[in-house]
Write a protein that binds this ligand. Sequence first.
Ligand SMILES: NC(=O)c1ccc[n+]([C@@H]2O[C@H](COP(=O)([O-])OP(=O)(O)OC[C@H]3O[C@@H](n4cnc5c(N)ncnc54)[C@H](O)[C@@H]3O)[C@@H](O)[C@H]2O)c1
Length: 388
Amino acid sequence: MKAVRIGIIGIGNIGSAHASAINGGDIPGLVLGALCDNDPKRAAELKELYPHVPVYENAEEMMDSGLVEAVVISTPHYDHPPLAILAFRKGLHVLTEKPAGVYCAKVREMIDAAKESGKVFAIMFNQRTNKLFRKAKELVDSGALGELKRSVWVITNWYRKQAYYDSGSWRATWAGEGGGVLMNQAPHNLDLWQWICGMPVEIRAQCDLGKYHDIEVEDDATLFARYANGATGVFMTTTGEYPGTNRLEIAGTKGKIVLEEKRLVWTRLEMDEREFCQTPEERKISCTVEEFTDERYNGHHRILENFGRAILYGDELVACGEEGLRELTLCNAAYLSSWQNRPVALPMDDEEFYAELQKKIDGSRGVKNIRTAHTEEGSYHSRWNTNW
Ligand SMILES: NC(=O)c1ccc[n+]([C@@H]2O[C@H](COP(=O)([O-])OP(=O)(O)OC[C@H]3O[C@@H](n4cnc5c(N)ncnc54)[C@H](O)[C@@H]3O)[C@@H](O)[C@H]2O)c1
């Protein structure tokens, strides 16, 4: 069987899980070509852990080694676009971790470099492989739900303790990470929200900084979205609520779907409500209820395998890298709205956002002097998959 030689850049929490999965033969079509981490102590540890795999401290040297055809980028977010651009210019395929970057202007440069290279560009939106989100998308895209009226996502089970924020130098500062829960945990849900319901035309948001933790970025956010057809959406997320909720409800003119507790419940109206509204006699619309259940799966493995198959056989990507821009647009618009206390029309002004972000970076506590602790070397935390 043909296999793509992968180089992984950034072997921390998630990078070490990807390395272990590929090295262990869990991903058909991928083999480990090389590893790279710019922390010399980490690189030394990796040489012990993977004695048969070349280890680099410099990403460019790994890219130039001829040992890899594609890279997986699992460094902190600010580095995703510059590393991807470098890889594309060297003719390598790229799978980047989420988020695509921290600000849209840089992500646009990454997308241009991908287009110029003609290489495969994917992003690790692993929750897109979840059966229930796929079903929700199918019901919306096929028109089975009618015209969208409203969506509400309460995604408050991204709980994190203070120790999590204190576990890495780059975490939870404007200079090191560029954001909080919307930038780190909720990108999966922001992406799914736009993937299923489409992009809104306006975002209004309240992002509370350090509400539950000693951090300078937001750990609680509420977004209010307006869509071109007049539909509305609300998205609430936090890392400070326990046990928290994961509940997505989407209402259309032909019914509604509710995803919660590993189930999707579809209530289908037998007549479109807009039509029913004008009928003189009937008092109720008859409806049928159908239920779908979730399955155990490893979304990260599926995205890695899909990346390999896209390179080898031209398979369609589950999440192409370009789509990371839409998710990041929602995040950036929410920040700008909250900072300036006003609604932000989409598409937004990327330059204005960057200027405001720069002010936050200038006033930032900066990058902390802590070495990342690798507590669960090589395994995927259950919290990274869909957590109902
Ligand atoms: N898809 C998911 O479910 C998921 C889960 C966790 C993390 N992530 C994403 O993965 C990225 C990394 O997160 P993490 O928790 O693994 O971070 P981490 O701090 O545990 O690991 C990052 C590693 O990258 C290395 N590094 C930093 N800059 C580098 C560079 N320029 N070149 C080479 N190595 C470099 C660091 O030394 C560190 O070992 C983040 O963008 C995060 O959002 C995604």
